[in-house]
Design a protein around this ligand. Structure first.
Ligand code: SR1
Ligand code: MG
Length: 410
């Protein structure tokens, strides 16, 4: 089938036309489609049996950025990168991503398990829902997917062959521009921000040592292919089922079209930064200071749990690496310190770009456009700058934690 953009009617015909669908749905019965697009890039449909319980999720890459329309063309190649990365993630971390069902290169479509009981976690977290296994689950996901795609697990030849399949030029370029360049330079750019932040932004962009550090992080993003990254690991790329009485839920990582071989600290830093963005915005979302503090405590615990789980599980895997080189304790210490430093630096960039760059986050944007938003914006910029400047000197997670939470008054 040659490429055409799917709509509510044609997506049903498309699913019915595929042989893979026969074992997944009653394709002889009536199927209903619903558009549930949520992210910035793609169109997403749920196709469900009308008289039965089964459904699938159909995700299509459009020839442009969904939120911008045809004025921002983008190739549909991203669907291929998502298919390849989802297959690798599913093999390395089964149960932590949706099950891939089929990939259709011509149609730029990926069909996967429909996580009907799950919700994208950003909005529930703004509302104060506590997922007590969030940090631990993401730490496990990162350790497994990073390790299984790294030189440590694959050896040099297989790792090089694999990274050749992930030359995700277009979406890496988007990140290099939107996260690691434009927020730090005056126009022309696609930055968007509260006018009251102009002075803070001018100061930030006039800071030459800061720009130098960001240039270093950008170059590292471009050249340090340690492992297969998710590439866009914010809280809009994570879904969870409703938590049980202990706050535990089934958590899945979605939307890996930005996948590429890069520095492991990039994914970690993005995830941690999105919890920091959540924490800073709680001053304006939580109903009272006591609840705000309780939400902060929860977020702090999840951040720590993400790092400590990642570190422990990655070290454990390194301990059984085939090459004795990777079992050297001092090598492992140095590697994990550099990952932590990268994570801090990229977390700083994410805080800044989500405040003054092209694509913000709902945590911040849904604050009232008054003192609460301004003060959150200023705090995001200040902390982002500090993390970037302090990153290379950090030695332990405690130091990182102190840098973050002392800024929030703890
Ligand atoms: C133009 S795309 C803007 C952002 O959406 C994606 O989710 C990435 O975070 C990207 O930077
Ligand atoms: Mg996405």
């Amino acid at each position: 089938m040659s490429y055409h953009i799917l709509n509510l009617r044609s997506v049903v015909a498309y699913v019915k036309s595929r042989t893979e669908a026969a074992s997944l749905l009653d394709v002889t019965g009536v199927l209903a489609a619903q558009e549930i697009s949520d992210g910035n890039l793609n169109a997403v449909f749920r196709v469900a049996e009308v008289s039965g319980p089964r459904s699938v999720l159909v995700k299509q890459g459009l020839p442009y950025l969904r939120v911008a329309g045809e004025v921002w063309p983008l190739s549909q190649e991203r669907a291929d990168f998502e298919a390849r990365s989802l297959a690798r993630q599913h093999a390395a971390a089964p149960g932590l991503v949706p099950r891939p069902l089929w990939h259709d290169h011509e149609m730029a479509v990926n069909v996967m398990e429909d996580l009907r009981e799950h919700t994208v976690i950003r909005a529930p977290m703004i509302a104060g829902i506590r997922l007590e296994n969030l940090g631990e689950t993401i730490g496990r996901f990162l350790a497994a997917t990073f390790y299984e795609s790294s030189d440590f697990a694959l050896g040099s030849t297989a790792r090089r062959q694999l990274s050749a399949q992930f030359q995700n030029v277009e979406l890496c370029d988007l990140t290099e521009m939107l996260v690691l360049t434009e927020p730090f330079y005056p126009p022309p750019n696609r930055n968007a921000y509260l006018p009251e932040l102009q002075k803070d932004l001018n100061d930030l962009q006039a800071d030459a040592p800061l720009r130098t550090e960001v240039a270093r992080l950008k170059h590292r993003f471009m050249t340090c292919g340690q492992a297969l990254l998710h590439g866009d690991l914010h809280t809009g790329s994570i879904m969870a089922s409703a938590p049980d009485a202990q706050g535990l839920s089934n958590i899945r990582v979605i939307d890996s079209e930005f996948a590429f071989f890069g520095p492991m600290g990039f994914d970690i830093g993005l995830f941690l930064a999105n919890l920091v963005l959540a924490a800073i915005s709680q001053a304006g979302h939580a109903p009272d200071p006591a609840e705000c503090q309780a939400r902060h405590t929860f977020l702090r615990r999840q951040m720590r749990s993400c790092w400590t789980t990642f570190e422990a599980e990655f070290r454990q895997r390194l301990g059984s690496a085939q090459s004795p080189s990777w079992r050297e304790g001092a090598f492992q210490d140095a590697l994990l310190t550099s990952v932590l430093q990268d994570a801090a630096g990229y977390a700083g960039c994410e805080l800044i770009r989500r405040t003054v760059g092209f694509a913000h986050v709902l945590d911040y944007d849904s604050l009232q456009p008054d003192a609460a938003r301004l003060s959150a914006g200023q705090q995001n910029l200040k902390l982002g700058r500090q993390l970037i400047m302090q990153a290379s000197a950090l030695r332990t997670y405690d130091e990182f934690e102190h840098a973050v939470w002392s800024e929030l008054g703890y």
